[in-house]
Design a binder for this molecule. Structure first.
Ligand code: PEP
Ligand code: MG
Length: 590
């Protein structure tokens, strides 16, 4: 047995055969094609080119509808690039002559195109190089997609191993078939990590050259609590695994006994504990009556599960399913937050050197206004079926909010004029995740109905630490005094305005942090469904007075170590109180 230490990203334990996903542009599989396989290999390539050509035509149609003919024409150009006779001859030579597999032939073509174009004079010509290779990269993805199709045709449960923890890796297979995920890189707060936690998939990252040490079907044990990966675990390790898993199940069952009890402190302060949802399938993994609603519906993942933009009616159906499943509890729908590491295969955005600081979230939807209008129409129509709130991502100026408000009111008026049944009151809120908003909180709070803090991004922007980059992941520290003090500033501004303040970043799932947030005056916490029971229990076992005392000390702490020590101590006390309460319950027979 070999034990490898990585970074724990999503809790839980799993044991099973590994499936290595090699879908990364620079790890293209390469093999020699036998004489009798050449025709099949050429056909495989032709098939992939045909499929990408079809997809491009669909993207062109969607883009034409959303942004007009000019923006859509790029897809027609991409289609022509795939038909280029020079490229076709080069690929045929590589497969028929050099006996290379289709993936490696296309990969070589992409490399050659990039090299040729980069030798040309002028920035705009060089930028064009990316466009020329883009459709061939799509063919490469399509060829490698085969791996997923082959896997999808079996019902084996596996531990997924990948070069990078991306949202695509987490959705590689039906989630019930992914026992765990291990990856060489990715950030603890990247969207891949957010999804893994939300789906309850144990996950460990941060192991350079991991893939080179794995082979398909190797037995591995993943410990998402401690960040360890055991290759070929021995018998003692396996039986320890069985014990630990049983203990976890017992603890969860104990928690489930009080799952329906709301989060109210012993001295009477109520906090809403809500769920973050990424997919309508998440509705199967929790009981809505054990929550206070949906604090964040990340709609971009609904879009990601599809092959083209969902129409207004399709979006309405999805939102309606969530609203009806939540049985009268509020559902906070966030408008599309694509860009950065959340890319839609059918929405080609320009290549950016620094995507996290680039065209993302509200910046995209305000520019491609039809995208926003269609989504707002669907959300407004969904309001006929239950309480809906709209949340706006990546807000950095007051103008952003005013611009959305204008589209929102105009869309509502048109729908009402057409006779649609729309709720009178629909709260519109802003995510607080770009640091510039910290200095305009009072004005911003005047123009919205609520705010919700997105700590995943707020931390990355406040500390200048990329949430996806494993090289700096130790600097991505939620316990940095700058972060906890920023949370204090936000809570006090919300209190001055009398408007509700919530948190929907991953920090909300941390029990001790939840107590700190309670003390600061946060009204709601929204986290992956898995954490809701523990959070509700934590609040039921802590008085507001104690939480306020904790908040005062944490805000005054000067170093991350001091913050960590205070929260660690609070967590120990909390666990002791929970154990005492459980033993009192047992002896009194309740
Ligand atoms: C956040 O930034 O904290 C957040 C909730 O949004 P996302 O993780 O989707 O960027
Ligand atoms: Mg965010």
């Amino acid at each position: 047995m070999v034990r490898i230490q990585g970074i724990a990203v999503a809790p839980g334990l799993a044991l099973g055969p590994v499936h290595v996903v090699r879908a990364r542009a620079d790890v293209v599989p390469s093999w020699v094609v036998r004489d009798d396989e050449v025709e099949a290999e050429c056909a495989r390539l032709a098939d992939a080119v045909a499929r990408v050509t079809d997809q491009l035509a669909q993207h062109q149609d969607s883009a034409r509808r959303l942004a007009g003919e000019k923006d859509a024409s790029i897809f027609a150009v991409h289609g022509m690039i795939l038909q280029d006779p020079g490229a076709q001859t080069e690929l045929a030579k590589a497969i028929r002559g050099a006996r290379r597999n289709a993936e490696s032939a296309v990969h070589a073509l992409v490399g050659r195109l990039k090299h040729t174009m980069s030798g040309l004079e002028g920035d705009s010509v060089r930028a064009y190089a990316a466009d020329v290779s883009e459709p061939w990269n799509a063919v490469l993805d399509e060829l490698m997609q085969r791996d997923r199709e082959v896997m999808a045709s079996t019902d084996e449960c596996v531990v997924i191993a990948a070069a990078e923890l991306t949202p695509q890796v987490v959705t590689f297979l039906d989630r019930r078939r992914i026992l765990a995920i291990v990856a060489e890189s990715g950030g603890r707060f990247s969207h891949g990590a957010v999804l893994a936690r939300s789906f309850g998939i144990p996950c460990v990252i941060g192991v350079p050259n991991l893939l080179a040490r794995l082979e398909q079907n190797l037995s591995v044990l993943v410990d998402g609590d401690n960040g360890a990966i055991d290759l070929k675990p021995d018998e003692a390790t396996q039986s320890d695994f069985v014990d630990r898993r049983r203990r976890r199940e017992v603890a969860r069952a104990a928690l489930a006994e009080h799952a329906a009890a709301p989060a109210i402190t012993p001295d009477g302060r109520a906090v809403l504990v809500q769920v973050n949802l990424e997919s309508v399938r998440d509705l199967d993994v929790f009981d809505p009556s054990h929550t206070d609603g949906v604090g964040l519906l990340r709609t971009e993942f609904l879009y990601m599960e599809r092959r083209e933009f969902p129409s207004e009616d399709e979006q309405l159906r999805l939102y309606r399913r969530v609203i009806e499943a939540m049985k009268g509890l509020p559902v906070t729908i966030r408008t599309l937050d694509i860009g950065g590491d959340k890319q839609l295969p059918y929405f080609q955005t320009p290549k950016e050197t620094n995507p996290a600081l680039g065209w993302r979230g509200i910046r995209v939807t305000l520019e491609w206004a039809e995208l926003l209008r269609v989504q707002l129409r669907a959300i407004l129509r969904a309001s006929a079926f239950g309480e809906v709130r709209v949340l706006l991502p990546m807000i950095s100026t007051l103008e952003d909010i005013q611009a959305v408000r204008t589209v929102f009111e105009d869309t509502r008026a048109k729908l009402v004029a057409k006779g649609h049944d729309i709720a009178h009151e629909i709260a519109v809120g802003a995510m607080i995740e770009v640091p510039s908003t910290l200095w305009i909180l009072d004005e911003l709070l005047e123009s919205v109905d609520f705010i919700s803090v997105g700590t995943n991004d707020l931390i990355q922007y406040l500390l200048a630490v990329d949430r996806d980059n494993v090289l700096v992941s130790d600097r991505y520290d939620p316990y940095n005094p700058a972060v906890v003090r920023a949370l204090g500033v936000i809570a006090r501004a919300a209190a001055r305005s009398g408007k509700p303040v919530g948190i929907c970043g991953e920090l909300a799932g941390d029990e001790a942090m939840a107590l700190f947030l309670l003390g600061l005056g946060f009204d709601s916490l929204s986290a992956a469904p898995h954490f809701v029971g523990e959070l509700r229990q934590a609040i039921r076992r802590t008085t507001l007075v104690d939480a306020q005392e904790l908040a005062r000390k944490v805000e005054a702490a000067r170093t991350p170590g001091a913050v960590r020590a205070l929260l660690g101590h609070a967590q120990d006390l909390l666990h002791r109180r929970c154990i005492e309460a459980a033993s009192v319950g047992r002896t009194s027979g309740s």
